[in-house]
Design a protein around this ligand. Structure first.
Ligand code: UTP
Length: 495
């Protein structure tokens, strides 16, 4: 049976008819699936992206005229000064607490990435990172939301983004563990979209199999579109039967509608690979609210000019991130009057978003540009045999969440110490940084620090881990310590 004429014509007009090369060999289901994948692709957009018909700013030139961002520095936070924002830590905490108490805060957790560097066979969120407990990344994040809800006496909904790569495993895992204690209406799982990859030399779409395009998640910037397009009650992987993860929830609701129904006004954004994050931290939320910021970002101070973190800068009055690879060495090395780095603010992908801001972004078409990356993409060759390239052979298209920054009104940056907020799990063992062992060291140091600050005596070099359900943060540990002695004599999981 030939391919439907309309589909074949559309593909031929874009020089992409080769994807139907194996049509005759496919079953009806496979044909339907391939046609569905092709229907979902904007071939004009792919052609324009391949042709370079997108604005690719000259970042190096931009970096040379950039200014440092408006920021709350760590020293001002610690000493109780208003600093660059004119808001003290105490004022911020009060504002943030009031918003949390009023149930206006949600959590936006993105977990759609492929985790290719880590090489773990399941979604990264299922990685057992707990240094003593082997609790998974997802368990740690969700238990923080549970503890936060308990502290403020009101649900803190978690909007969890998956992708076709991570969705089914994540949904099944969370169902098996009863959402780690989150109330049913406090977990909204939504799946991000995908983008095809094209051959770097020809712009032709690549096939993963005879009846399947090569598709990958469209980047963490895909969050914005997915908040509005993915409806609760939708089944699992595209084209396969999946179970509804939203049973009992008003059907057909998207994440933004859920936020409106729940009265959520701002979202604490984080990525699944960083278990150190103080989710729903009232201080950060407070700065965001007190300054009428639409988008608040956390920075850590770069230790060296060439540290591999994106740089927060002001450019023509707008806040932006310029990636380290685009930041000229001589600009990165500039110092300020105090002798510190002028461009000190490294991005760690922790933000607070106003919900109204995200809605405004959704109304704009193409609020986020695509970034193009050359990657090695294994695929099916013209002869139907697998091709496993040794060099980058393909272009992939991804959106980045930080591209929202320039669109925001009153954006601010708040500096945190790395050890209180940033230890992402990225790499397999053996890498110098961001391995499981590295992350566990940060977790143990954080938890030991909270206990020691509360006067608890700890044996040296002993791993101690605190479940968020036992104490959410240093303040929670102090409350525990006030209730009675805490004994730690060997490796301990306080739960
Ligand atoms: P990374 O860009 O570090 O990707 O994502 P990754 O999947 O964790 O790892 P590599 O690069 O393949 O080794 C940072 C965060 O953004 C999420 C990831 O799940 C991670 O929490 N992300 C990334 C998405 O949710 N969707 C995407 O399309 C990409």
């Amino acid at each position: 049976m030939p391919a439907p004429a309309e589909l074949a014509d559309r593909l031929a007009r874009h020089g992409q008819e080769h994807v139907l090369r194996f049509w005759d060999e496919l079953s009806d289901d496979q044909r339907q699936r391939l046609a569905g994948q092709l229907d979902a692709i904007d071939l004009d957009e792919i052609a324009a992206l391949y042709a370079g018909d997108v604005d690719q700013p000259d970042w190096e030139a931009a970096a040379r005229r950039a200014e440092p961002p408006r920021a709350m520095r760590l020293a001002d936070r610690q000493s109780g000064q208003g600093g660059g924002l004119g808001v003290t830590r105490e004022e911020a905490e009060k504002r943030g607490k009031a918003a949390l108490d009023a149930g206006k805060v949600g959590v936006l957790l993105v977990a759609g990435g492929q985790g290719s560097r880590l090489g773990f066979e399941k979604p990264k969120g299922m990685y057992p990172i707990g240094p003593v407990s082997a609790a998974t990344l997802l368990q740690i994040h969700l238990e923080k939301a549970v503890a936060l809800a308990e502290r403020h006496g009101v649900g803190v909904p978690v909007y969890l983004m998956t992708s076709p790569v991570t969705h089914d495993d994540t949904v099944e895992f969370l169902a098996e563990h009863d959402r780690f204690g989150l109330a049913e209406d406090d977990l909204f799982i939504f799946r991000q979209g995908t983008m095809p990859a094209v051959d770097k030399e020809t712009g032709k779409l690549l096939l993963a199999d005879k009846g399947e395009l090569f598709l990958s998640p469209d980047g963490h910037g895909g969050t914005v579109a997915a908040l509005a397009t993915y409806k609760s009650g939708t089944s699992g992987k595209s084209g396969t039967s999946g179970k509804s993860e939203m049973a009992g929830r008003p059907g057909g609701e998207n994440a933004v509608e859920h936020m409106k129904r729940r009265g959520i006004e701002c979202l604490y954004y984080l990525q699944v690979d960083n278990p150190l994050i103080p989710i729903g931290d009232k201080e950060l939320i407070g700065y965001h609210l007190a300054t009428d910021s639409e988008l608040t970002s956390v920075a850590v101070a770069k230790e060296t000019p060439d540290e591999k973190l994106g740089n927060f800068v002001m450019l023509d009055g707008k806040l932006c991130v310029i990636e380290y690879s685009d930041f000229p060495a001589e600009v990165a090395a500039q110092t300020d009057e105090g002798g510190g780095l002028r461009f000190w603010a490294g991005s760690i992908a922790v933000h607070v978003f106003g919900v109204a801001f995200l809605e405004r972004m959704l109304a704009l078409k193409d609020a986020l540009p695509f970034h193009i990356a050359k990657k090695k993409v294994p695929h099916l060759g013209a002869d139907g045999e697998p091709v496993d390239p040794s060099e980058p052979n393909a272009l992939k298209f991804e959106r980045f969440i930080f591209d929202l920054l320039p669109q925001a009104e009153n954006p601010i940056v708040v500096e945190y110490a790395e050890e209180e907020i940033f230890a992402p799990l990225k790499n397999a063992p053996g890498a110098p940084k961001d391995t499981a062992e590295y992350v566990q060291r940060f977790l143990v140091n954080q938890h030991r620090g909270w206990l020691q600050a509360a006067g608890v005596e700890l044996p040296a070099d002993t791993p101690v881990e605190i479940s968020p359900l036992w104490a959410l943060d240093a303040e929670g540990v102090l409350e525990r310590a006030a209730r009675g002695p805490i004994a730690v004599d060997g490796p301990t999981y306080l739960r």
